[in-house]
Design a protein around this ligand. Structure first.
Ligand code: PEP
Length: 243
């Protein structure tokens, strides 16, 4: 079973459009769709679409208190969210850093929320040893004082190099780099699920389908049901289904 996370970002504008989006998603064999809607729709969507797994796009690392505009891990868990995306590049663009992401990971894991942790180089790095150094640096900061073995089923690592996210429009990651990334984590005995995000389109997903990935994180294309369904159908019909 592959996980496909639909990250809606700050879309859509109305609840009725959120319902419409989900109603237009088709169900595919061997594909489990998880959705991160804007928090304002989370509870109502959760109550309406009981079979879908919902999560949040972000949390604050404190449990409660004087943090205007923020929402904690416990709050989203209390309304039924099962997971949270942490360290998304669009959060980092707004000034968040890896130390903050580390605290968020710890606060989510403490209450058994699944953390989908984004990791990846900001700018394109072509030299492989430099690339691995960058991945190591991020890994060490993100998972400082986190027991990766004990929490292996509560952590999903999303390879999302910033430069490849559609928002910044610089293209998608070559297949072999995604493969190196997977091997890099496995060589470090990281056993968590690994997914790939960074401009996944119906036109390029085939590049990644035979890699030992556990799924995909899809942003812009999850807002276009026709394209999203096509992506899911290509995943369903790809030969290798589990690794
Ligand atoms: C994302 O939001 O995590 C993402 C991968 O976006 P996009 O698919 O639009 O590049």
């Amino acid at each position: 079973m592959k996980i496909v996370i639909a990250n809606w970002k700050m879309n859509p504008l109305k609840f009725s459009d959120a319902e419409k989006l989900i109603n237009n998603y088709q169900i595919f064999k061997n594909v489990k769709v998880w959705i991160t809607p804007p928090n304002i729709f989370l509870l109502s969507l959760k109550n309406k679409f009981k079979k879908i797994i919902f999560g949040a796009q972000n949390i604050h690392f404190e449990e409660k208190g004087a943090y205007t505009g923020e929402i904690s891990a416990k709050m989203i868990k209390n309304i039924g969210a099962r997971f949270v995306i942490i360290n998304h590049s669009e959060r980092r663009k707004m000034g968040e850093n890896l130390e903050m992401a580390n605290k968020k990971i710890i606060s989510a894991l403490e209450i058994n929320l699944i953390t989908v942790v984004c990791l990846g180089e900001e700018k394109r790095i072509k030299n492989l040893s430099q690339l691995k150094n960058e991945w190591s640096k991020q890994l060490n900061l993100l998972f400082k004082e986190v027991n990766l073995i004990k929490n292996k089923n509560r952590i999903i690592i999303a390879y999302e190099p910033t430069w490849a996210i559609s928002t910044y429009g610089q293209g998608s990651v070559p297949r072999e780099i995604v493969y190196y990334f997977i091997n890099f984590l496995r060589e470090k005995n990281i056993q968590s699920k690994i997914i790939y995000g960074g401009s996944v389109f119906k036109e390029n997903i085939e590049n990644y389908l035979d890699l030992p990935l556990d799924g995909f994180l899809i942003g812009s294309q999850s807002l276009i049901p026709k394209n999203f369904n096509r992506i899911c159908s290509l995943i369903t019909s790809s030969k290798k289904q589990s690794f």
